[in-house]
Design a protein around this ligand. Sequence first.
Ligand code: GDP
Length: 694
Amino acid sequence: MMMLTKKMIEIRSLLQTVGQSDTLTLPSIVVIGSQSSGKSSVLEAIVGHEFLPKGSNMVTRRPIELTLVNTPDAHSEYGEFPALGLGKITDFSQIQRTLTDLNLAVPARDCVSDDPIQLRIYSPNVPDLSLIDLPGYIQVTGRDQPLELKEKITELCDKYIQPPNVILAISAADVDLANSTALRASRKVDPRGERTIGVITKMDLVDPERGASLLNDKKYALRLGYVGVVCRVPPTVGTSKLFNRGNGNISNVIAKNENAYFSAHPAEFGSESHVDVGTKNLRKKLMYVLEQTMAASLKTTSEAISRELSETTYEFKVKYNDRPLSAESYLAESLDSFKHSFKGFTEHFGRNEVRELLKHELDQQVLNLLAQRYWNRPFEDLSQAPPEVDPLSELPKANMENPIWQIKLDSSQASLTKLGVGRLATSVVANALQAHVDRLISNSRFAAHPFARKAITEASTTILRDLSYDISDELEICIKPYKYRIELGDDEWARGRENVSNVLKDELRVCEAAAKNLETQIGGRKKLRDVMGFIDRVRSGKVVLEGDGVGGAGGFSSALLQKGREAVFLRDRVGVLKMRLLAVKSKQCASKQNKYFCPEIFLDAVADKLTTTADLFLEAELLSKFYYAFPRELDSRLGRGLSQTDVERFAREDPKIRRHLDVVRRKELLEYVLKEMEALRQLEVREKRYTSRS
Ligand code: GDP
């Protein structure tokens, strides 16, 4: 049949991907032998490459689980260390170096380790086999080898040569079989010689008659028999061109050399002699025996998997309520619910919300302008006014013939319309949208997924950035007319008057709160009054500061003086705000004819006009385009655009989901494996029936 081994090896690799390799104790061929018995040479003859660690200093310290996978249609040969994730290694000397490093990493005081190294070799030239190479038995404990080394090696080997494994006992022809450690060890666990294959190496080192008699040994009779081999690579071949042909595979070279030896002695090794010789025959035997052993262990292995499956099914039921889950479905659901919450957001964030944001932003700009041009004293441009008169308090009654008021208002209007409303408004709204998206992410399942978080954030920033670029410019063009001419209706004036009163009141509250806060910081009203009094006296020139006052002055520390200056500023600002509030409410400011007396109202009305243009434009251009593009971008970044690996990686970022997925996956895999094994068993039964009939 010769497919069972291949299937079972595949199944084992599958189970290893979910960390379930222990469930399936596949029978392997365990290779044991004394040091220098030729154990490595036999394994390398089977693989066709030199790949095992060499050297005098105990180079095999860990078991090597060697899986050979026949790839009939492939051209290349390569190895893989599944646990290391190094990928395909086509250079066998690199495999050799890696194995050497892994072995030497075992601390000398531990001597050996029972943690196996997994190595898979894929090649069209190898049979499907599962072999385990163990450290060679040592005869005499060397000077630099710890005393218990011998015992530890024996212990390790004893662990592996248990049933259902097949034992490949290597002995050299030039050593008396009675002294073969490998055969002695095998005899202990397999007294009737039922699952041991004897290999006699170095047949070329004894005379043919003696060699043949070893293979017919009756004292240590083995049901699976002995095979004699000559595994030495002829030294001249190693460097010749001939050897380099065929990707450096040495199987044929060894076989040729071997054949030359055995066919030179037909009486001892010819077909009449009934002895088994040659690495080719050894390979065949290994394949056959392993296949048989696999077949025999199908039932117990199936049962073990079945037990594991029922445990997993139970866990799935109890912990996860039989709730199915796949990485794809988890992602799809998460994405749907995120898009749903985004949809909800879009229904509540429209023109009105944009308007509020923009107006608030422009209100701040208006306040800054008013402070710069009207409120902050002294007025340099009114220096001709007598100092004891506060020019601002004179504003309502001011002489309008004085062009200064006209210039002030016109330049304020120009500053406001030319401050780059296009860019400012676009970025305020884009930033708000981004902040809302961030908040939606934080409240979604994606919060626990850095990968998705990044993808979503990138999706929105990219769209917003691309849109903002053109929108800023276009909006700037929309508001261009206002840079030249502003016509206000009576209703617009009235609205501005009402709105700016509120803005001023808000600002008043902010200033009063800040002043209060300073008072607490300084430590009481009295102390504050003292330091403010001092600053006032300095400002009016009644007190002259020595130096620059950096180290403090008038008995106040510099930090206290700084706070005092802030408090004075706030007090003045509060005074101005109160005065201007009264002015705005006064009869004079009720009419737009008096706009030069009431710059607050006028500028507010201008800001309102700008806002109206901007909110309409941004709703149409920024909001609706973003609302359309964003969910689609999410689909392409997190939906169709993701590879299977990315979807897995995403889902597994959340530990809870990862555990759930693992259970589902394990369950599915075990079910699949069990089905496969049932099919194999059916096949096996049919085959048996067929052979017994014929
Ligand atoms: P290990 O320590 O059991 O792995 O043994 P090796 O495979 O490293 O072989 C030990 C030595 O025996 C090496 O020098 C090999 O070249 C040599 N050797 C292995 N097999 C044969 C063989 O069939 N004939 C001869 N003449 N030498 C061999």
